[in-house]
Write a protein that binds this ligand. Structure first.
Ligand code: MN
Length: 501
C-alpha cells in the first residue's frame, strides 16, 4: 500500500551556544543515541532521522525550510535536552507545514543521587527547557502531540508510533486522488460536501469519471485473466456450489472478476487511492461491484458507496494508519438494531461492500439477487467479524468546517444468520447504544463510517489534529449533557479560532 519505512520523521534537538562546545557535543551524542533507538524500535514503523542540534534562529529556520521541501518528511519530533530560548524558534515554527510531536523526555532516566552535580543539572534540563519550548508552540497556536516519559519506555514509543502512523496517513491524504464513478445518491445529504474545501483543507483531489470509461475496460478484460483470478478466488475463499464451474451462477462470479481487473487497472493507471460508485449509475455494467470492491478494499483502496467520497478517503486513511497491525478496516454502515434495553447492539453491513480484512475465518463466495438497482445477481463475500474492539469514524461537512466523529465499539460474534448473505459486524457502541447513538446523532455523524479493528481513537485524534479539523469522540466517559455542551462550544470555537492566530 505504502512503504512506511520510506517515510521519515526528523528528530530535532534544540539547544544554544551558551553551554560551550563540550556540552553541545554531549547533547548531539545523546540525541543521536535516542533517535537511533527510536528508529530501531519494533513499534515505530517509520524511519526516525537524526538532525544536527539547533543552536541559532538561522539554523532553526533552515531546518523548517528543508523539512517543508522534503517530500518524504512526514513529521518532526522536537526535544530540548538543554534550554533553547524559544524566540529563536518563532520564524521556523511559523512556516512549518509538517505535523509536530514534542517529546518531553530526558536522556537520563533515574536521578543519580550520589553523583549529581551542577554539570549534570545543566545537561539534563528538559524539565524546564521543554516548558519554554511548549510555550512558544502554544503561543503560536500550533497543533502538536506532547508525549512525556523516558524515550526507552515502551509506552512512550507506543505514543510515538500512533502519531507516526497518523502522520503517514496524513501524508497520504494530502496526495490522495479519489475517483468517483457517478455522482452522489440522489437527495442524500450527509454524503455530500464541498470538494474544493476538502482539497484546500486536506490536499486530496476528488474528481468524477464516466462510468462508460470503466465499462470499456470491463468489456476488454481477457478470459484468460479471469480464469487466473477465479483460481485465486478458489484458493482464498469457499465458493458456494452455484458459483463453481458448471454452477448456475458461475458466470456471475466471473463477471465480478472482470470488474475487479478493470477497476484495479483504472486505479493503478490513474494513481488513485480511493473510489466511489453508486447503484443509481451503473450504465453498461451487468452487476453492482460487490466482490470486486471487497477485494479492492482488501488490497488497500478506500471505498465509499452511493458517491460517498469523504468516507472513501477516510477508509483509505484508516488503512494506511493500520497497515501491518493486527485487524482490518472497512467501509461500514450502521444497518439495523437489536434494541434490548440493556445490551443494545448495532448490526453493521452494507448491500455488498464490506472488506474481508475484518473477517473472522475464511469468507464464503456467494451469488444472490439484489433487491435494488435492477441488475444481475452480484457475487459477494459473506463472513462474520471477530469479537474484538474496533472504532467507527465519520467525516462530515458542517458548512464552515469538517467534523470528525469517532466512536470506539465492542464487537460481538453474531448468532447464525442463515438468510442474510452479506458480510456483517455486530457491536455495542461505547458507552452504550442509547448514549452512543444519541451522541452520534446530535453530532450529525453519517450512517456510513470507516470501521477499523487495527487502530484506536487516539490515532484519529492525532490525525484530526494534523488536518486541523474538529474532533469529537464518543466513548465510555461520554454523557449526553456534556456532549451537547461540547457541540455548542465547538460552534463558537471554530467560528473564532482562525481570528486569534
Ligand atoms: Mn450506504
Amino acid at each position: 500500500m505504502i512503504d512506511l519505512k520510506s517515510l521519515e520523521v526528523w528528530f530535532v534537538t534544540g539547544s544554544q551556544h551558551l553551554y560551550g562546545e563540550a556540552t553541545l557535543k554531549k547533547v548531539a551524542e545523546h540525541s543521536q543515541e535516542i533517535s537511533k533507538a527510536l528508529n530501531a524500535s519494533a513499534q515505530i514503523p517509520v524511519s526516525i532521522v537524526f538532525k544536527p542540534v539547533l543552536k541559532t534562529p538561522e539554523e532553526v529556520l533552515s531546518l523548517f525550510i528543508e523539512a517543508n521541501a522534503a517530500r518524504n518528511c512526514i513529521g518532526i519530533i522536537t526535544w530540548c535536552h538543554t534550554f533553547s530560548p524559544s524566540k529563536m524558534w518563532i520564524n521556523g515554527l511559523k512556516i512549518s507545514q509538517k505535523p509536530h510531536l514534542h517529546l518531553h523526555t530526558q536522556y537520563n532516566k533515574d536521578l543519580p543521587w550520589n553523583e549529581i552535580d551542577m554539570d549534570f543539572m545543566n545537561l539534563n534540563q528538559a524539565a524546564h527547557g521543554d516548558r519554554e519550548h511548549g510555550f512558544i508552540m502554544t503561543r503560536l497556536r500550533m497543533n502538536r502531540k506532547v508525549v512525556v516519559g523516558h524515550w526507552s519506555e515502551e509506552e512512550v514509543q507506543e505514543r510515538i508510533s500512533v502519531w507516526s502512523r497518523a502522520a503517514a496517513a496524513w501524508y497520504d491524504f494530502q496526495n490522495l486522488k479519489v475517483a468517483r464513478f457517478g455522482d452522489n445518491m440522489r437527495q442524500v445529504a450527509v454524503t455530500e460536501g464541498d470538494k474544493v474545501e476538502a482539497q484546500i483543507q486536506f490536499g486530496m483531489a476528488v474528481n468524477g469519471y464516466g462510468v462508460g470509461d470503466l465499462v470499456k475496460l470491463i468489456n476488454g478484460v481477457s478470459d484468460a485473466d479471469i480464469d487466473k483470478l477465479f483460481e485465486e478466488y478458489n484458493d482464498t475463499y469457499t465458493i458456494a456450489a452455484a458459483g463453481q464451474k458448471g454452477g448456475s451462477y458461475h458466470e456471475n462470479v466471473r463477471y465480478q472478476a472482470r470488474i475487479e481487473l478493470a477497476l484495479k487497472g483504472f486505479m493503478a493507471d490513474g494513481g488513485f487511492g480511493a473510489y466511489t460508485n453508486t447503484f443509481e449509475d451503473l450504465h453498461g455494467m451487468a452487476q453492482l461491484p460487490g466482490l470486486a470492491t471487497q477485494r479492492l478494499m482488501a488490497a488497500g483502496y478506500g471505498f465509499g458507496a452511493e458517491g460517498d467520497w469523504k468516507h472513501a478517503a477516510l477508509v483509505r486513511a484508516l488503512k494506511v494508519m493500520g497497515q501491518g497491525l493486527k485487524g482490518g478496516c472497512s467501509f461500514m454502515e450502521d444497518y439495523t438494531y437489536d434494541l434490548d434495553p440493556m445490551t443494545g447492539k448495532v448490526l453493521g453491513a452494507h448491500m455488498l461492500e464490506v472488506c474481508p480484512s475484518i473477517a473472522s475465518g475464511k469468507p464464503t463466495l456467494e451469488v444472490h439477487p439484489l433487491g435494488i438497482g435492477g441488475k444481475d445477481a452480484p457475487a459477494r463475500l459473506v463472513f462474520n467479524t471477530p469479537a474484538v474492539p474496533a472504532i467507527n469514524a465519520s467525516l462530515i461537512d458542517m458548512g464552515n468546517r469538517f467534523r470528525m466523529i469517532v466512536n470506539p465499539v465492542d464487537c460481538i460474534v453474531p448468532e447464525a444468520l442463515p438468510k442474510l448473505p452479506v458480510a456483517r459486524a455486530l457491536w455495542t457502541p461505547q458507552p452504550s447504544l442509547k448514549v452512543g447513538a444519541a451522541a452520534w446523532i446530535y453530532a450529525g455523524g453519517a450512517h456510513h463510517t470507516a470501521f477499523s479493528q487495527a487502530i484506536t481513537a487516539e490515532y484519529m485524534e492525532d490525525f484530526t489534529n494534523m488536518a486541523g479539523i474538529e474532533y469529537l469522540e464518543i466513548n465510555n466517559s461520554t454523557t449526553i449533557s456534556d456532549f451537547k455542551k461540547e457541540l455548542r462550544w465547538n460552534e463558537i470555537y471554530y467560528m473564532l479560532s482562525n481570528g486569534v492566530k
